[in-house]
Design a protein around this ligand. Structure first.
Ligand code: URA
Length: 193
């Protein structure tokens, strides 16, 4: 089955989903954007207000920073597929609860299965620890040390964790380093592993 058809079918399923309470507050489910045949998948956290309105991930302020990173890396939406750990907006942009992450995990797995990316760039702790499960003790340690140990590998895929763009918006002094690491991640050569 063509990836576009498979993703359209997945959208039909997610659009009917009532597996957790986030379903009651959504305007739209937010599945993905970009190229479903791309080698790179970028995984964010959860849709915000703008994304919920239009049903497309990363269209708000954080999205503008992801666009900037793509441009800085000489890439475009043709080179990546972008999605989130959960497909519905948590109220007031709070972090998704564990049971919401569980409820949505099958959809993220389906996206990974359909798109078959070689590289996963996980933005922020929520997406990173969803893809690379670590103990609560490790989660409490500094995220930057975790980032410095990249690349990670899981199931023959390269995982490149990175700060979430919303964090960078709150810490502008970190933006230059972030853009450079995003550039490195977006140009990662799988063969060099
Ligand atoms: N918008 C998204 O779609 N995901 C995020 O993680 C943040 C903003």
């Amino acid at each position: 089955m063509h990836t576009n058809t498979a993703l359209a079918e997945l959208w039909e399923t997610v659009n009917e989903c009532e597996a957790c309470a986030l379903a009651t507050g959504r305007t739209n489910v937010v599945l993905g954007k970009g190229n479903p045949d791309a080698d790179i998948m970028i995984i964010g956290e959860a849709p915000g207000e703008e994304e919920d309105k239009v049903g497309i991930p990363f269209v708000g302020r954080a999205g503008k920073l992801v666009d900037k990173a793509l441009e800085y890396a000489g890439k475009s939406l043709d080179d990546v597929y972008i999605c989130n750990t959960v497909k519905c907006r948590p109220p007031n942009n709070r972090n998704p609860f564990t049971y919401e992450l569980y409820a949505c995990r099958g959809y993220l797995n389906a996206q990974i299965w359909i798109v078959q990316p070689k590289i996963l760039i996980t933005l922020g702790k929520i997406a990173t620890y969803e893809i690379i499960p670590v103990s609560p003790a490790v989660q409490k340690k500094s995220f930057i040390n975790f980032l410095k140990q990249r690349p990670y590998t899981r199931h023959n895929r390269v995982i490149l964790p990175e700060y979430h763009p919303s964090y960078i918006i709150r810490s502008p002094s970190k933006e230059e380093d972030w853009l450079n690491r995003m550039k490195e991640a977006l140009n990662y050569e799988v063969g060099t592993l």
